[in-house]
Structures are given as structure tokens and as C-alpha cells.
Design a protein. Structure first.
Length: 237
């Protein structure tokens, strides 16, 4: 019994504000997100080194994809952000939960503050978001890192790239055998510079490039009328 008690005490304790527990719903945290936060917090305050997803999977029974989605939901809700910290002389990725406590501090004492639509509404359907993650992982042949998933989320939520356009950029990257997000971002940026914002517009543009003398090009000519001059001497009647 003494050894058992010693093992429990030596594992340490997680301290969390009662105010957070009483008001977490008010700042847009759901039960699963709070559960994950409590699991990784340990004796850290605001900045928490990124956990091993395999360890969290063993603790929770959630798949690694579900865990990635939960962390990115918190990023999208501006409850946390990705940063870097130095541990034993090495730079490691970490989650900074300062934004969560800033939201908590802005609550009125009577906790009657209403959530704005931006804190609760998903810009892109979660099924579509997961489909984008899975497609990229499948084509890249590896699991996306948290930072890569954050970059994709920024495409969807900040740049407002459609999932279909991202999928098309992925196809272009694979055809060119370049398997990284920076290349995909350059592809989409170039499309946007040409005012191509939908897959249909991109496909039309690609067809016109392949067939520069097609009717699509001639019908799109906006210059002055060019007279036809018959140099053969023959007339068609």
C-alpha cells in the first residue's frame, strides 16, 4: 500500500484554475478539448511541449487523426497557437495556451458574455477538412506534422482556399513529383494572381494554354476587327 501511494504521489499533480472549469464553455471549449488540455498540462503553465500522439492515443483511445483534429479545432478557435521553446539546448515545438486564458480574462463577472459566431462556427465542414488532410497524407505517403496541419487550416480559414482547389493543387504537385506544402502554396498563389479561384476556372485556363488557337481564345478576343485579305487570288462563293 505504501508503494502504491508513493507511485501515485510521485506522478505529480495537475493544477488548473477553478475559474476555467466553471467557464470553459463560455470561451468555446468543448469537453473533449478540455480533457486533452488537462492531460498534456502536467506542471506546465501556459506553454506546453507538443505531446507524442502515440502516447495520447494510448491514454485516450482516440485515433491520432482525431487528436490532430482536436488540437486544430483549438487553434482555429484561437484557444492556442504553435510556438517553439528551448529544452536542454534544443528547439522543440509547443502549444501556447495564452490566448485561452486571455479569452477567460475577458469574460464578464456574471459570465453572460455571448460567443461571437467566429468562435463557434466552422468555416469549412469538418468532414471536408479531414478529407483534405487525409488526401495530402495519402499522396505524400506520411503523416502530416502539426505545423503542416496548421498551414492547411490557414489555407481554409484565413486564405479561404476551397477544399476542391487545394485538392487540385495537390494533384498538380503529385504530377510534378513535388511532395511539400510550400510547392502547393505557390501553385494556388499563382492561380489567385491570375484570378483563378475555382477548379472550373483553373481547368478552363489549362485547356486554353494547351490549345492556344482554340475557339475559346478567338472568342475571347477584345481588340479591333481584323479584315480578311485573300492572298490566293481565288474567291469562294
Amino acid at each position: 500500500m505504501d508503494d502504491y501511494a508513493h507511485n501515485i504521489l510521485s506522478a505529480g499533480q495537475t493544477t488548473v484554475s477553478n475559474y476555467l472549469l466553471a467557464n470553459y464553455h463560455q470561451i468555446g471549449i468543448n469537453n473533449q478539448e478540455l480533457f486533452i488540455y488537462l492531460l498534456i498540462k502536467g506542471d506546465h503553465d501556459l506553454v506546453i511541449p507538443m505531446p507524442e500522439m502515440a502516447d495520447l492515443h494510448d491514454q485516450t483511445g482516440y485515433s491520432e487523426q482525431q487528436l490532430f483534429n482536436l488540437f486544430h479545432q483549438m487553434i482555429e478557435k484561437k484557444l492556442t497557437k504553435i510556438t517553439q521553446i528551448t529544452i536542454e539546448g534544443q528547439q522543440v515545438d509547443a502549444y501556447d495556451f495564452t490566448p485561452m486564458y486571455e479569452k477567460l480574462a475577458m469574460l464578464k463577472p456574471e459570465a453572460d458574455r455571448q460567443l461571437t459566431p467566429s468562435t463557434t462556427a466552422d468555416v469549412v465542414d469538418s468532414t471536408q477538412r479531414q478529407a483534405v488532410f487525409q488526401s495530402i497524407e495519402q499522396e505524400f505517403g506520411r503523416t502530416l506534422s502539426p505545423i503542416e496541419m496548421e498551414s492547411i487550416s490557414q489555407w481554409l480559414d484565413i486564405d479561404h482556399y476551397s477544399p476542391e482547389l487545394i485538392q487540385l493543387a495537390l494533384k498538380e504537385a503529385v504530377l510534378n513529383q513535388v511532395y511539400n506544402l510550400k510547392y502547393m502554396d505557390r501553385i494556388i498563389s499563382n492561380w489567385y494572381k491570375k484570378n483563378l479561384k475555382t477548379p472550373a476556372q483553373v481547368e478552363v485556363y489549362k485547356k486554353t494554354r494547351k490549345n492556344p488557337h482554340s475557339d475559346d481564345i478567338s472568342n475571347g478576343y477584345d481588340g479591333p476587327d481584323i479584315p480578311f485579305i485573300n492572298l490566293s487570288g481565288n474567291s469562294n462563293k
